[in-house]
Design a protein around this ligand. Structure first.
Ligand SMILES: NC(=O)c1ccc[n+]([C@@H]2O[C@H](COP(=O)([O-])OP(=O)(O)OC[C@H]3O[C@@H](n4cnc5c(N)ncnc54)[C@H](O)[C@@H]3O)[C@@H](O)[C@H]2O)c1
Length: 255
């Protein structure tokens, strides 16, 4: 594995599972020191132990805890180079606008969007002090594409992540800090597997729109995150990095 992240210090929120876990492994294999931030202590600590990193239990919706996460990172490893703000939820009670209540709406906004505001707010001053940094915020292809199978608050939250990332990328560009949104297509996670194993029709309804004809593996998304984190993407900021199997470019897909 190339050592593009040798000597870099990275924070990964939601690092205990799925895309976050695959990225923790990828960052470490490229030489980074990794801080795993997760609400769940069991999976978060296991991920950190696996890469000889640091686990910090954090609820990313809590301002004080997020502030402490980045301070602890700098206190432990001396600086902050990379923030992958990735923790997010997609609960079943976030559905059509006609049936989604205000409580579900607000819960999803807090975990998916307010958390990214907090993580950027408290990561940026450490990167300013360091004179450089790369922030990657996990949006989704649904920030770019509309779906008739709506999850209204989720989609709106990811649109917010995309717009916020663009604005921060522009604002901090001349301070050496890059901010990009990562927009994955559907990823083969335990949740998605369970949902679609039970209901092949639901899976087929989605897969027909993916030119590559399958869902992504978390490692394929992690590879894109490592690119955005590394100097290989040095001329990229304020962008929407779609890793979606071609969904956003497709009209008629291959048979
Ligand atoms: N899986 C997909 O198909 C897909 C597609 C596009 C975008 N995304 C986005 O990618 C990100 C990761 O998704 P995933 O599929 O890997 O999810 P996942 O459920 O496998 O992992 C999410 C992690 O975030 C943690 N988490 C949840 N709430 C938290 C909180 N309040 N504070 C701290 N940690 C918290 C969980 O404990 C878990 O470890 C999310 O932002 C999601 O919206 C996922």
């Amino acid at each position: 594995m190339v050592q593009r992240l040798e000597g870099r210090v990275a924070v990964v929120t939601g690092g205990g599972s799925g895309i976050g876990l695959a990225t923790v492994r990828r960052f470490a294999s490229e030489g980074a020191k990794v801080v795993v931030a997760d609400l769940d202590p069991a999976s978060g600590k296991a991920a950190a132990d696996e890469v000889s990193g640091l686990f910090v239990q954090v609820d990313v919706t809590d301002e004080e805890q997020v502030k402490a996460l980045f301070q602890t990172t700098v206190d432990t490893y001396g600086k902050l180079d990379i923030a992958f703000n990735n923790a997010g939820i997609s609960p079943p009670d976030d559905d059509s606008i006609l049936t989604t209540g205000i409580e579900a709406w607000e819960r999803v906004q807090k975990v998916n969007l307010t958390s990214v505001y907090l993580c950027c707010k408290y990561a940026l001053p450490h990167m300013q002090a360091n004179g450089k940094g790369s922030i990657i915020n996990t949006a989704s292809f649904v920030a770019t594409m509309g779906a008739a199978t709506s999850q209204i608050s989720y989609t709106a939250s990811k649109g917010g992540v995309l717009a916020m990332s663009r604005e921060l990328g522009v604002q901090f560009a001349r301070e050496g800090i890059r901010v990009n949104a990562l927009s994955p297509g559907p990823v083969n996670t335990p949740l998605l597997r369970e949902l679609f194993a039970k209901d092949p029709e639901r899976a087929a309804r989605r897969l027909v729109h993916v030119p590559l004809g399958r869902f992504a593996e978390p490692e394929e998304i992690a590879a894109a995150v490592a690119f955005l984190a590394s100097d290989d993407s040095s001329f990229m900021t304020a962008s929407n990095f779609l890793v979606d199997g071609g969904i956003a470019g497709a009209y008629v897909t291959p048979l």
